[in-house]
Design a protein around this ligand. Structure first.
Ligand code: HEM
Length: 342
């Protein structure tokens, strides 16, 4: 456990250690939406092997990230033998899990009854043209592995940060709840079609993403030709790692960048301003393909939690740390919270 060092919100870039229970809880919630309902339709929430898998994904995502010394110079991995071993074992577990489910799907495939994503892929794979391009058995495995790897911990960790911000800023929480009560009430769950009616809640999620920076950097890209950007010469084959966190905290772009202020994303008519410099999903043709799904999940889970619960510190003297723990994603330091039914 880290000792809380500061009550000033905003990311502190570098790693400490640890992990928190809430992440696995949120992973369960986001997994339900994506992988139970879409990929492997038949699995139930209490499925043991799924829980084991979620724990495995937590383990893969903690430990050194891509921009630590070992990420840049893998030869140094002998320094972090344990975390490398945990990750290698984790990937083996993930592979076994995915392979088993693909085989099950192949054995029971029925073109008249397409159950989920795997079945859709298997059906498309039968098409000769598709098969010779990208839809092949190896591609199915990598697609699912990518979705697991990139699609679970990211959303879960953002939700984890979101509750930390809500207990640190009860006034913001209250304002979201008032908005939800006024426009939706308590008689039904919040739906995705309600998004436009809840601009303050939406702006709060945007501000949480700006400050939590779960992806400090986009993934490495490479220049395919010599080019010049803003006067900087970039030769062909240069590895480029865009820093998202530096954009999100740039004081030439944001007023008081370290201040938690959802109002910065609203205009005078209480409408969302889509600030082009908010880029938690990165930019361009290789930006996050899961953005739309992730934003849907964040909105639904966050707004429905606030509709039902009042979140607060367990003890008013608790000092919350906004020190991030940098693995592959940046997670919040451990914290405790109380959830009272509203
Ligand atoms: C809050 C949630 C999420 C955040 C903040 C996030 C952020 C990112 C970022 C910054 C990148 C790098 C893009 C670049 O290099 O330009 C990325 C890539 C990617 N994300 Fe997400 N992501 C999230 C959720 C998801 C979800 C839900 C999925 C899928 C279900 C997903 C799938 C992917 C994949 C497959 C890539 C690699 C894309 C490529 O290499 O072309 N992500 N994401």
């Amino acid at each position: 456990m880290t000792s809380p060092k500061s009550d000033i919100p905003g990311p502190k870039a570098w790693p400490i250690f640890g992990n928190i229970l809430l992440v696995s809880q949120f992973n369960r919630a986001t997994d339900r939406i994506k992988f139970i309902d879409k990929l492997t339709a038949k699995y139930k929430h209490d499925n043991e092997s799924l829980h084991k898998l979620i724990k495995t994904i937590d383990e893969i995502f903690s430990g050194p990230g891509p921009l630590t010394a070992t990420g840049i110079f893998p030869i140094l991995n002998f320094l972090t033998k344990d975390s490398v071993r945990v990750r290698v074992e984790g990937f083996a577990t993930l592979k076994k899990y995915i392979d088993e489910h693909i085989s099950e799907h192949r054995d029971s495939f029925d073109p008249e009854n397409i159950r989920d994503f795997i079945d859709m892929y298997l059906e498309a794979e039968k098409d000769e043209i598709e098969r010779t391009s990208s839809l092949n058995p190896g591609g199915l495995f990598s697609t699912i592995a990518d979705l697991f790897a990139a699609g679970t911990d990211t959303t879960a960790t953002t939700l984890d940060w979101s509750l930390l911000y809500m207990i640190q800023y009860p006034d913001v929480q209250k304002r979201c709840q008032e908005e939800i009560t006024k426009f939706i009430g308590a008689g039904r769950m919040v739906r995705i079609s309600d998004r436009r009616r809840l601009p303050y809640t939406e702006a709060t999620i945007m501000e949480i993403q700006r400050l939590s920076n779960i992806a400090l950097f986009a993934v490495p890209h490479v220049s395919v030709c010599d080019t010049t950007i803003n006067g900087y010469k970039i030769p062909k084959n240069t590895i480029i790692i865009p820093s998202l966190v530096s954009v999100h905290l740039d004081e030439t772009i944001w007023t008081d960048p370290t201040e938690f202020n959802p109002g910065r994303f609203l205009n005078q008519n209480n409408e969302i301003i889509n600030k082009e410099y908010l880029m938690p999903f990165s930019l361009g043709p290789r930006s996050c393909p899961g953005e739309s799904l992730a934003r849907t999940e964040l909105f639904l889970i966050f707004s429905n939690l606030l509709q039902r619960f009042e979140f607060s510190k367990v003890d008013s003297s608790d000092i919350l740390s906004f020190e991030g723990i940098t693995g592959i994603t940046q997670a919040p330091s451990p914290y405790r919270l109380k959830a009272d039914l509203r």
